[in-house]
Design a protein around this ligand. Sequence first.
Ligand code: HEM
Length: 485
Amino acid sequence: MSSTRRAFLQRAGALALGASGIYDLADVIPANPAHASSTGRRAPPPEQHVLGEMRLVRDNGIDVVVPPLHHQVVTARLRIDPTRSSLRAAQAELEAALQQLEERYRPSPSGLAVVVAWGLSYFSTYVPMLADSTAFPLYLPVDKRASINTRSADGPVLALTDAIAFPSDPPDLVLEQNDVVFHFQSDHLEQVSAGAQEVIRRLDGMFELTSVRKGFVGGGFGGGASLPKRLATAAGVPGAASIPERAELFLGFTSTQHASLGSGRIVNFETIPGLTDQWPRGYFRHGTTMHLSHIFEDLERWYSRFDFSERVERMFRPGLAVKPGTLTVSEGPHDLESTSRLVRDGRTRLAVGHSASMQPANRVRRSFVDNYGVRVAKGAAILQRADFNTLDNPFFWTAQATQDRHHDTPAAGLHFIAFAPTSDTLTRVRLAMDGHYPDGTTLPTWWGGPHQAGEGFNAILTPTHRQNFLVPPRRHRSFPLAERV
Ligand code: HEM
């Protein structure tokens, strides 16, 4: 690509960070009431992925975590010389930019939370060898559980591995290779845009932007119409009229129940005993892995093909008696599905629920005490999901419009983000979503297989892009290991 064209594209990308297009309409929802304690200044947590002051509300008698309303994801490749001096200069510049943001905004919904994560390509290209002669990838966290299970000749399995295509993924899925990703989130749209512009502008020339992705979630817990309802209606996407008024997400059900989200430090590399090699003093402790994917959602099919109880069956599990119009359905430790019941449901009821399908892989099987001495009860969830709806098609802006099959017309979808202690943990849960379990159980393909013959939850989803990233602890978030090269 000519340098002029590249420069033109990068200028367009930088403009996209501030532009809001259809998302302008998102700024109508008053921000969630800031927490009283946001006046006091506390040191941010050592984890980037842990947000302070997350609100809990009760909906239908169930505790629900209220995620920030507005989100922006920026992916990029680096454009710096892979030398010690330029790497360290970039590290200092990025850290200064992030600290400046933190001085202005608390890492919480009422402020601005920023997560910076790095692809495998960053480590292989820019950190081929540390000064102590430790070569890539030997300085990266090891997944001890997966290493035992695979015993591969290529040595231990890393906690961060490249994303794979899953059984229900379409053949044209793009497995991305970005060096770095930023996730900005806040209840204030302007703070999301300002934060993104500031970081990217300050590091002008160091990053080659590859995509800008925008979205929203919730906004209806206070009683008014939610952002998904308002924006889908404003954009005129098919099926928008059927979205329940206060729904947290386009598909009508609350997906941030406290009980079904991993809590505290459970997704940190070092927390679960024996899972990785980062306890007690690993360089990446307080870090985690992040999965990023984009999924189109066929709202029209979801609301026209299935009535309310059929939607409950497919989102949760068959046989649940739920009052029509309910948004939040209980998913506590006593509401869990076992693999044997999934197989039976698959055979007799011809439907298996989305969250039920993943519970065997996403819930703790036996209580244990974690490395911090905290007791984790049987049935506790592991994955921390931070997904949000979007009208991007598939991205708000991309430097590769043809490869990303980009269109300006709004399309209903989800930017899926999940934190997991290892990429293998995420893979296990996502395979379970397609009916493949770690113990070798596989649900009959007509259920879990490609598109489920049009009968299940996966049938209305079309994933388009995927990548796994390493989320360093806050102290090493900027160009991790540059100080050791
Ligand atoms: C359009 C896409 C999706 C939507 C609308 C969606 C929505 C939901 C909803 C409503 C729940 C149940 C409520 C809850 O338990 O909080 C749920 C649970 C869950 N979802 Fe999704 N989801 C989507 C995609 C995914 C994907 C791609 C994954 C990948 C791993 C995933 C992982 C999970 C997990 C782990 C649970 C909790 C299961 C448990 O109870 O342990 N979801 N999702």
